[in-house]
Design a protein around this ligand. Structure first.
Ligand SMILES: C/C(=C\C[C@@]12O[C@]1(C)C(=O)c1ccccc1C2=O)CCC[C@H](C)CCC[C@H](C)CCCC(C)C
Length: 207
């Protein structure tokens, strides 16, 4: 059976790629919030809901750049969401290659991302902060790793899982593939327009 005809693989790939798109969009959002916060002190992002449910509280700490692991002048001391963008792009590419080595690599990268999740959530706990966008990326990383592990048996011919899946997702798969860039663009536009409103409002407050 060819990889393309294996519906189990298609299902897992569609799942992983969807999670990567979601993670990519969230990372874009986090990055725009960080940029706007640096431009304007009174900017209030949508993810700041209350004192303890706040995203901006941790973005501006030393852990918001290079995960707080690198010295200030290091070239790795870049905003965490940039790492996120590279990570989700990498996982999406790796997962679409239905080869044992690349699938194993997806699992390894997924496990590394879960180690970062444990580290970052312990920092959220120390700050007694609930950062919704951060926690969403933790859940996404867990789902990606779970799907990447489940995909492995489907790589082998006559894998146990392949018989159970009928190719219902073939249509869904192509539809997602075509519309994803458009969906992504409209979500981003919506998010940016919303935060611009807040930006203007808070700007008027100060003027
Ligand atoms: C938006 C994002 C994570 C959110 C957040 O990082 C944010 C924004 C942050 O400021 C923060 C502050 C304090 C505590 C927690 C947080 C976070 O939660 C992306 C994660 C993606 C994932 C966790 C990346 C996995 C890392 C790769 C495997 C690459 C590592 C590369 C190494 C060279 C460092």
């Amino acid at each position: 059976m060819t990889a393309a005809g294996n519906c189990a693989l298609q299902k897992f790939n569609a799942g992983i790629v969807s999670m990567c798109v979601l993670g990519f969009v969230i990372s874009c959002y986090v990055y725009t919030v960080e940029v706007k916060m640096e431009e304007n002190d009174s900017y209030q992002p949508l993810c700041d809901i209350s004192e303890h449910i706040s995203c901006s509280k941790v973005f501006m700490t030393e852990y918001g750049k290079g995960f707080g692991l690198f010295p200030k002048d290091s070239m790795f001391n870049i905003p965490n969401p940039i790492y996120g963008l590279v990570f989700y792009m990498l996982v999406a590419i790796l997962s679409m290659i239905n080869d044992y080595t690349f699938s194993a690599a997806t699992v390894v990268v997924g496990i590394i991302s879960n180690i970062f999740t444990i580290y970052l959530s312990s920092i959220l706990y120390l700050y007694r902060d609930i950062c919704i966008v951060c926690i969403s990326t933790y859940i996404i990383n867990m789902v990606i790793t779970f799907l990447a592990v489940k995909k492995i048996p489907g790589l082998f011919n006559g894998g146990v899982s392949s018989r159970r899946f009928r190719c219902k997702l073939e249509v869904y798969g192509t539809r997602v593939g075509v519309s994803t860039p458009f969906l992504l663009a409209s979500i981003l536009k919506l998010l940016l327009r919303d935060s611009d409103d807040l930006y203007v409002r808070s700007g008027f407050g100060g003027a």
